[in-house]
Design a binder for this molecule. Structure first.
Ligand code: DX5
Ligand code: ZN
Length: 229
């Protein structure tokens, strides 16, 4: 299913696997899908662009084989253009690359698209949204980080809301089609504000994985995100 089809009923929650039990990865993926997850978010960290080191293509490939829903790979690595296409080949539907790490964003977006992936751009909290302005025609989405990338379980930074508003205005005024994402500190107390600001692909790590009841958590979050303002 395409990303646009996934969003026909409103914003969706993409559980981030970062805090899940990697010793039982296939079970976790199965549980998340059974709980209603319509897409999954995988955080790739290299211990250089961000302090933490997670996993790479081998694990993305394993998730791809276990999952039937689309997968977003969020690359928090130095020089993401060197591996972005490999993640498409490993089964990622969306490959999200940080603008801060790219020497030539246009070329990186084109390479992901040429390989059959959907290229999205991510911006860290300290990066102004204006930095992605020249690339909004050629990306499928912008992921606004609402925490400093690197760790799950941090508090939501409200500066993300202004960026979402600005990006939504850009999309409207320029007649563009990119989708708006947000990642970091999403919980029942914060998801309403990001949805009202335009977020559609809403990443939630700890709020789902640490909830104990994946289905209830996803249902609650999506219910708030889709409630009329
Ligand atoms: C942070 C990651 C997030 C993280 C979200 O660097 O990009 O995707 O897993 O976790 P929460 O929802 O707990 O902030
Ligand atoms: Zn992420």
């Amino acid at each position: 299913m395409s990303v646009d089809e996934l969003l026909t009923d409103g914003p969706i929650v993409l559980p981030a696997l970062l805090l899940c039990d990697f010793g039982h990865l296939e079970d976790e993926v199965t549980r998340l899908e059974a709980a209603g997850a319509q897409a999954l978010h995988l955080d790739i960290m290299d211990g250089r662009f961000v302090p933490q080191l997670t996993y790479g293509m081998v694990v993305v490939d394993a998730v791809r084989r276990a999952a039937s829903v689309p997968i977003e790979v969020h690359l928090m690595v130095e020089q993401p253009e060197q591996t972005a296409v490999d993640y498409v080949h490993a089964g990622a539907d969306i490959v999200t690359v940080h603008i801060e790490g790219l020497a030539d964003p246009a070329a990186a977006l084109a390479a992901i698209a040429d390989a059959g992936g959907r290229p999205h751009l991510a911006i860290s909290p300290r990066t102004p949204a204006e930095q992605v302005e020249p690339f909004l025609e050629s990306c499928g989405g912008v992921l606004v980080m609402s925490v400093e990338p690197g760790f799950g379980g941090q508090s939501f930074q409200p500066t993300a809301l202004e960026k979402l508003h600005w990006l939504r205005d850009q999309r409207e005024h320029r007649g563009l089609a990119f989708r708006l994402g947000v990642d970091g500190g999403i919980a029942s107390s914060t998801i309403g504000s990001v949805a009202q600001a335009g977020a559609e692909l809403i990443v939630a790590g700890s709020a789902v994985i640490r909830s104990g009841d994946y289905a209830a958590a996803i249902r609650e979050l999506e219910g708030i995100a889709r409630a009329p303002a």
